[in-house]
Design a protein. Sequence first.
Lengths: 107, 346
Amino acid sequence: MTQAHVLTIAEDFSRFPAGRFKDDGAFSGERFRDVLVERLRSAEKLVIDLDGTMGYGSSFLEEAFGGLVRTCAFSAATLHARIEFRATDKSLVAEVWSYIDAAKPKR
Amino acid sequence: MKRLTPKRRRYLMRVTQRRTARRRRRLFLQSEAASPRTRRVMRIGAPRIFGVVNRVNRLELTKFLRALTRAVLVQERRVRIEFANTKSMTPGGTLLFAAELNRIVRISKERLLSCSFPRDDVVAQVLKHVGIFDMLGQRRDCNVTADNVKYWRAHSGSDVDGQAAGEAILNYMARFSDPGKRAVYKGLTEAMTNCRHHAYQAERGDGLPSVNRWWMFSQELDGQLTVAICDLGIGIPRSLREDRAGWYGEIVAFLAKSGWTSSDGDLISAAIAIGETRTQEKYRGKGLMDIRTVLDELGGSLQIHSNSGFYVYEAKTKKATWKTFDASILGTLVIWQVPLPAPAPP
């Protein structure tokens, strides 16, 4: 496992992220969550750059980040320790953390 | 030859008239029973104004759309749409018409639609520019020159297509601030996501197949950008009533607490009000809030038409008003109108 990894969504995923589930489209939150899980498995610390895309709908962000807690067995505390966000719009970072903190693991 | 008495002459004239009437009736019934291709063409007059906000215009438009759909898809009639009286086409009403036509064309097995050429030049330009003439097989040439027409853009799809949302606003990108661009993109993609998840979960209510698509227009006019997106699904109020979003109990409690009814308008407003405070996945109201958030960045107004419900929010006053019309659009239509900053000088 490497020490830190930078994931730039606009370059490493898409400039047009949209939708919640895989069925919704090619660049949905659920698809991006697969990328996140893969990167979290290979690096101890993940720096996620949110800039450069057209924007994010709440269903994309909730499924990608809230879904890490809900379906991928990551706790909110673990994610706070292992993920750092970069964004010029600080309210976007707060929004993402709100989804992570509000999500409940599925039993 | 024996000369006919006046009485006999009148009798024979009556007999001839009856025979002619019977023959005409037989021929008419034969043509009715014939295939759509040879059957007489049904003429349906298009509304004077294609609009959804005014009660009378909305009623006229929805009646026209029902008549059109029924004639082509149920009765399998050949239909000619008469645009002679059409004077005005608003983005919302035109988008709804284009969506219904597109659905009819996709479902019907043969080309049953045609139209007359409108008397009003701007109406003709709109119909040409947004592809309605193509769907109706109208080949007459028409130059699109009017400022309130040539900047219309049309898109349609079935997926949550971020690229289409981006293209709808691409021409205006340089004129918006970064948060403004992100807000429009967020609103559009959430409207598509709502359509994908909720609109087509059941039959629409007109007994005909669905086509599971969204349709979108964008238009620049007089320093204002209008973006409209619609689906022809079950509508927000019905998806809430049938508890397809999984939170109708909470809506019912909210309606009771607020002293509201369960009319379409009240239901849409309640869903948005509850969504303001929610972050979790099951709350459709969060997506509806995203649709409204566009205005926090850019100002302007938002209209949500869903079935008979109509919700409007003005950013300037931060006030929402809503009502329930008699006429249902049988689907959902979202319209943003935001001020567009002037282009930078070259």
